[in-house]
Design a protein around this ligand. Structure first.
Ligand SMILES: [Ca+2]
Ligand SMILES: [Ca+2]
Length: 206
């Protein structure tokens, strides 16, 4: 389990901690993970992507102005190992708060979809799945996502190479989870009128 501090107006600040249970069964911080610079906490997943027996962290890195971000792999000490420098993530699932410049909206605190590992093609080896959403509107301080797709990566050596890409899915994809051979995708409709109403769908693929 991982933990990261939040302060007033800022989510996900400072070091990321490994959590554990103490002898009284209380959840406590264990060790701060070194590194993992600019990692988006909520996207992180542990997976031995290069099959060397050691787990790595896979997650989205620092978002750009339009909220999308690269896919980054860190080792367990937080050192970046490889990076896919494309535009992943981007989400309508965010809260605006924090330091606000004149005439601007507060910055978006993003909760992007997590990364998952799943054997999509049934060859016995897992692939890495990443969500990418397409913006409908992208202004300087406003982005709304309208549809998205799932990108599937294979490991080649110590790098990730795109193997497949899903078709366009007409929702902003906000999260995904794997249960056995089923991939569950959560999405919301990127219409401005319902952005604050929490309208959403859950879809699944087998
Ligand atoms: Ca590994
Ligand atoms: Ca596979």
């Amino acid at each position: 389990m991982l933990f990261q501090d939040s302060v007033i107006d800022r989510f996900f600040e400072g070091p990321i901690w490994q959590m554990t249970y103490d002898h009284a069964g209380k959840l406590v911080r264990k060790d701060a993970l070194p590194g993992l610079k600019n990692a988006q906490l909520y996207t992180l997943t542990l997976y031995d992507f290069d099959r060397d027996g050691k787990l790595e962290f896979l997650g989205l890195g620092e978002p750009n102005l339009k909220h999308s971000a690269p896919l980054v792999v860190w080792d367990f000490l937080g050192n970046p190992l490889t990076k896919v420098d494309e535009r992943f993530g981007g989400t309508n699932n965010y809260i605006r708060s924090g330091f606000t410049r004149l005439d601007m909206q507060p910055p978006a605190q993003l909760v992007n979809s997590r990364i998952v590992a799943m054997d999509v093609d049934d060859d016995g080896k897992k692939e890495v799945l990443v969500v990418a959403n397409n913006p409908l509107i992208a202004g300087l301080d406003f982005v709304a996502y309208y549809d998205g797709f799932v990108s599937v990566f294979n490991t080649e050596g110590a790098t990730l190479v795109q193997a497949y890409k899903s078709g366009k899915i007409k929702y902003c994809l906000t999260d995904m989870q794997v249960q056995g051979k089923t991939l569950y995708l959560a999405g919301d409709e990127g219409q401005i009128s319902n952005m604050s109403e929490g309208a959403g769908r859950i879809m699944w693929y087998e």
